[in-house]
Design a protein around this ligand. Structure first.
Ligand SMILES: Cc1cc2nc3c(=O)[nH]c(=O)nc-3n(C[C@H](O)[C@H](O)[C@H](O)COP(=O)(O)O)c2cc1C
Length: 170
């Protein structure tokens, strides 16, 4: 099977744009569809209270209801999932995705964007995605404001490597 036959998706949540940038760069690099996870109710607070609000979402293990998807994620051969790190783990809307879609036997890449403490984010994602093939994982330190060009190149290269692995496997 060639590169053109592989169905690729980048699904992500982003509150402040870092994960969005990395997801868009990856999708463009490998010609993937994009799925932005959008909670039906998103609190708009950019000050310190965002940590209180987000932290409480994690503590209460919230799985917010998301806007309907325009694609069916389980139909893809390669699925990349990106999240910001919230309280050392993946953000609640990504947990909603895991609950809504029965991922099984998919080739997947997982990535996170964080402020220096990735915590157990990728470990927790792998646990939630058991039964799939996690063929790559990567994290980025505040890519919007910290060496953006380097982060972009790293994201492009990583996405290409994932695609090469999937093509090689088929
Ligand atoms: C509610 C909340 C909790 C956060 N918790 C962490 C954390 O535990 N560790 C960390 O390194 N960064 C943490 N951050 C920072 C974000 O992970 C980081 O800014 C990331 O790049 C944001 O991605 P985004 O712009 O796609 O939303 C937190 C941010 C928010 C809003």
């Amino acid at each position: 099977m060639g590169y053109g036959d592989i169905k690729k998706l980048v699904a992500y949540y982003s509150y402040e744009g870092n994960t969005k940038l990395m997801a868009e760069v990856m999708a463009e690099e490998i010609g993937a569809d994009l799925l932005r996870l959008k909670p039906k109710k998103e609190i708009q607070t950019k000050g310190f209270s965002k940590y209180l609000w987000g932290g409480s979402q994690i503590i209460m293990n919230r799985r917010p209801e998301l806007e309907p998807f325009e694609v069916n994620p389980s139909e893809y051969d390669l699925i990349i999932i990106g999240t910001p790190v919230w309280a050392w783990t993946y953000a609640p809307p990504v947990g909603s995705l895991f609950k809504m879609v029965d991922f099984n036997d998919h080739s997947m890449g997982i990535f996170s964007c964080h402020g220096g403490q990735n915590g157990k984010t990728l470990v927790h994602m792998k646990k939630a995605l058991q039964g799939n093939h996690i063929i790559g994982e990567i994290d980025f330190f505040e890519p919007l404001s910290n060496n953006q060009a380097v982060a972009v190149e790293k994201a492009q290269q990583w996405a290409r490597e994932l695609l090469d692995k999937v093509v090689g496997k088929k």
